[in-house]
Design a protein around this ligand. Structure first.
Ligand SMILES: NC(=O)c1ccc[n+]([C@@H]2O[C@H](COP(=O)([O-])OP(=O)(O)OC[C@H]3O[C@@H](n4cnc5c(N)ncnc54)[C@H](O)[C@@H]3O)[C@@H](O)[C@H]2O)c1
Length: 334
């Protein structure tokens, strides 16, 4: 069995089965993410499903992380985790006390630390490729973007875009994030208004499934490209976007910077410069996908999924066609 890798999500769900569904969807996307990025791993995901309204105090959180660590240890290296929504490098340090199969521990504990700056850089690389397609230049100055979600990745990406002179509309469900908007001189709007903003590119950087058949009909942008996982409510939304001449770069391509950096530095032991170059190469990957899609009369989603399928079929060893999900209802969900 090949190794499966990707993060631990600690999030609220109406029912623990919803957490399991999320873990399965995310782990399938991770398999495609690793394949397109050329990384030797299958996709995996661990989800701790918290009941709605339930918060964890420090002791309870540590207990939950130890439960997760025990499950991962029992898999003997078939699955390795890392941070995702709701977890951090500090949480990985707790898990790392029980099992070595964990990425992105803090640097002083030998890990590669927070993945979100690398995810933001990877998304920036994808935006450059799309900007070249739309405007003939990869320069992002003067282009307009609507960034949805100013969390670890979204705020970092918005800062990178602002530093390049991009024109920003931003949003978050957390009103405190308006401070970041003010700092960047961005326009702050509601999530619905931001999704339907008249901009060059909408950048999803929040949680999944924002693109439905209804919201796709309301879009006024020329492209949707961002780091959020699982942006499409259903796969056919990619076709709707294509019919409207809106470029959609699959989320698993645009969001790969974090895992590329973590695996390159922690497994392949390459230098930080080499890891950065691998993250920047997302720009070439997106260029190639858009070329292939145009040449073959496909959507970028079809071109990416064919590339993933070819890589999975043509590769032996640690990369496998299967994905794995670990749901840990544990003591918390009871
Ligand atoms: N952190 C990484 O390295 C990484 C890697 C790959 C993919 N991603 C994906 O990128 C996305 C963001 O990850 P993150 O680490 O920044 O998470 P985060 O929890 O730090 O940030 C998410 C932000 O989105 C906001 N948000 C949630 N729902 C929203 C909505 N409906 N409208 C507007 N804002 C909303 C939250 O308030 C929060 O500020 C997630 O989909 C995650 O799976 C992250």
């Amino acid at each position: 069995m090949g190794r499966r890798t990707d993060g631990l999500r600690l999030w609220h769900y109406p029912d623990w089965r919803d957490g399991l569904t999320d873990a399965l969807r995310l782990s399938a996307a991770m398999t495609s993410k690793f394949a397109v990025a050329g990384l030797p791993s299958g996709g995996g995901k661990a989800v701790v499903a918290l009941p709605e309204g339930r918060e964890l105090d420090t002791d309870r959180r540590r207990d939950v992380l130890r439960d997760v660590a025990d499950v991962i240890a029992s898999l003997s290296g078939a699955y390795a985790t890392g941070p995702d929504v709701g977890t951090s490098p500090a949480d990985m340090a707790v898990i790392g006390k029980t099992t070595p199969h964990v990425f992105c521990k803090p640097a002083d504990l030998g890990g590669s630390g927070d993945s979100s700056p690398h995810t933001a850089q990877g998304a920036l690389a994808a935006l450059r490729a799309v900007s070249r397609r739309l405007c003939g230049t990869s320069s992002l100055g003067g282009r307009s973007f609507a960034v949805i979600g100013l969390g670890r990745v979204g705020a970092g990406l918005a800062r990178l875009l602002a530093a390049e002179g991009a024109i920003l509309t931003v949003t978050d469900i957390d009103p405190d994030k308006q401070k970041i908007s003010d700092e960047l001189g961005a326009v702050w709007r509601s999530p619905d208004e931001t999704l339907a903003a008249d901009v060059d590119i909408v950048v999803p950087a929040a949680l999944g499934s924002m693109l439905t058949s209804r919201t796709a009909a309301d879009l006024r942008c020329r492209a949707v490209v961002g780091p959020a996982n699982n942006q499409l409510a259903t796969p056919d939304v990619a076709d709707l976007l294509h019919q409207r001449d809106i470029i959609w770069v699959p989320d698993y391509v645009a969001s790969a910077g974090g895992v590329i950096n973590a695996i390159s530095t922690e497994l392949h032991r390459v230098s930080a410069d080499e890891a950065r170059a691998r993250v920047r190469a997302i720009e070439d990957t997106v260029d190639d996908l858009l070329d292939t899609a145009q040449r073959c009369g496909q959507t970028p989603a079809q071109a990416a999924s064919e590339l993933a399928r070819r890589r999975l079929n043509g590769t032996s060893g640690p990369t496998g066609t299967n994905h794995g999900a670990v749901a840990v209802p544990g003591s918390v969900a009871r």
